[in-house]
Design a protein around this ligand. Structure first.
Ligand SMILES: Cc1cc2nc3c(=O)[nH]c(=O)nc-3n(C[C@H](O)[C@H](O)[C@H](O)COP(=O)(O)OP(=O)(O)OC[C@H]3O[C@@H](n4cnc5c(N)ncnc54)[C@H](O)[C@@H]3O)c2cc1C
Length: 460
């Protein structure tokens, strides 16, 4: 077996378009989409290893487009902030970098221009990018491989849809020793020399300049994009907050969680980097395990859900028992009904819910405990469960920096349509869907403090 065949055998690799690389090709192209980072990136590593095996240079091609579903200025700003870090990391590894943007974003055109021998992409289970990859595989004249680089255990090893965290936990844990290893970050042996006439934007260029995108959702100061910042946030978390993670994680008024979700969503940090830092930390075992339960089990359960359930972002994704029980309560009186606009403007009678919605709109993030409460109240206050599901997805994807992510669809499905959960005691509107009341959340944490934190007027 030659070096290249060995690389294709890697369980993270999926050969989308078969064939031998073009012998006369001048380089290996890494088509960067999801894994927006130059370190700890298994897709990039496969591209560099392949380039080294073929005796050719490697170049990463990144070309944002303004039509990414539900993306707005807030999300694009975060993405743009991450680009200089990508360029700097690639340079250190002797890998070329070409930044382009719509309408000059065609991968096919770029591959022709640089005479690519082979294209390596990254994986993302979401519908649209998956379609783009399928289309690229049809149209490219050279082989295309993609690499599952933003999960710990390659998704395809978990062969079908998993129905509960405890099912997938066993499967993931059985594979951890094999896959929770530090990526090698190989250097490209041959430097890539940019042809004089080849167009590439400088890494600091604001790729959204002049684009017709939704600019109604303002960028936030609460999170700055980029791998360097992600690593700083990780260091701070591992050095301090991780030591009492399990105790603090259900306290929205405390800043007790990692706040890494935007960086994981944009691929600016790898889950492997995070998991290894947590494993290596001196934090007590219980705290490490509690964190890994979220990062590994719940996050990869969400990826599995989006990979195998074509209805992942709509009401139909629910379990049969959940649909039955919600239908049985379809005509229950609903004393509080709010329109999507009222919810979006945080105009409900419930100050705790309004505070959560305000946190989402103002900071682009919401605490996990409040996300559950937030979604369950939308179910209680909407005319139908399907409408509640639609509203939750709309708001989640519009305002959260980590929105438009498998975790969001899984979290909403858990809250509203019983996904990964079991039937609970019967009650109005919810039927057997698990309920969370404001009173019960208030007993668990200092809700008054949380409300004050989110709603007090700020000068900046
Ligand atoms: C209704 C609802 C909507 C949600 N929407 C999103 C979303 O749009 N994007 C998103 O990334 N997460 C979403 N979550 C999951 C979770 O709330 C966030 O991942 C978490 O709050 C992010 O904060 P953190 O990075 O500080 O988490 P930490 O507690 O520090 O956890 C570390 C990482 O583990 C993962 N993780 C943590 N909790 C969960 C969980 N319950 N399910 C899956 N993965 C998890 C995340 O990647 C997170 O960054 C949602 C949950 C619910 C109930």
């Amino acid at each position: 077996m030659n070096e290249l065949d060995k690389l294709a055998e890697n369980p993270r690799v999926r050969v989308r378009r078969k064939g031998a690389p073009d012998r006369d090709g001048a380089c290996v192209v890494y088509w960067m989409q999801r894994s927006q980072r130059g370190i700890d990136n298994p897709a990039l590593d496969v591209a560099v290893d392949a380039a080294n095996a073929l005796g050719k240079p490697a170049v990463a091609f990144f070309a944002p487009v303004p039509f990414y579903p539900h993306a707005n200025l807030r999300a694009y700003r975060f993405l743009v902030e991450g680009i200089p870090d990508i360029a700097a990391a690639l340079e250190k590894r002797n890998i070329g970098f070409v930044l382009r943007r719509y309408p000059d974003h065609s991968l096919l055109k770029f591959c022709d221009e640089v005479k690519a021998a082979l294209v390596i992409g990254d994986e993302n289970p979401m519908r649209e990018p998956e379609n783009w990859r399928a289309l690229a595989a049809q149209k490219l004249r050279i082989p295309l491989w993609t690499v599952d680089s933003d999960v710990t255990v390659p998704s395809r090893l978990i062969e079908k849809e998993q129905y509960a965290a405890f099912h997938i936990r066993k499967k993931l844990e059985a594979q951890l020793a094999r896959f929770l290893v530090k990526p090698e970050n190989p250097h490209a042996k041959l430097p890539w020399k940019k042809p004089a006439k080849l167009h590439s934007l400088p890494p600091e260029f604001n790729v959204t300049d002049g684009w017709q995108i939704d600019r109604s959702v303002a960028p936030v100061n609460s999170f700055k994009g980029g791998t360097k910042e992600a690593l700083r946030v990780l260091r701070e978390f591992v050095g301090k907050k991780l030591f009492h993670y399990d105790k603090d994680r259900n306290h929205p008024e405390l800043d007790g969680t990692s706040r890494l979700s935007p960086y994981l969503h944009f691929g600016q940090i790898s889950p492997l980097t995070v998991a290894l830092a947590v494993q290596k930390s001196g934090a007590p075992k219980a705290e490490r395990e509690s964190f890994m339960n979220e990062l590994l089990v719940w996050r990869e359960l969400a990826v599995n859900f989006v990979t195998y359930n074509p209805n992942y972002d709509n009401f139909e994704s629910g379990e049969n028992w959940a649909h039955r029980t919600l239908a049985a309560h379809a005509h229950d009186p609903r004393p509080n009904l709010y329109s999507e606009r009222q919810l979006e403007n945080a105009e409900t009678h419930d100050p705790l819910w309004n505070a959560a919605q305000t946190q989402m709109v103002n900071s682009g993030w919401m605490h996990n405990y409040m996300r559950m409460y937030w979604a369950k109240k939308i179910l209680e206050w909407s005319r139908t469960p399907a409408e509640a599901h639609r509203t939750a997805v709309y708001l989640n994807d519009k305002y959260l920096l980590d929105g438009r992510d498998p975790n969001g669809y899984a979290g909403i499905a858990w809250s509203i349509v019983g996904k990964f959960d079991r039937p609970w005691f019967e009650r109005p509107i919810f039927g057997q869907i698990r309920y969370m009341s404001g009173a019960s959340t208030g007993k668990k944490f200092d809700s008054r403090r949380y409300i004050e934190q989110q709603t007090q007027p700020r000068m900046f």
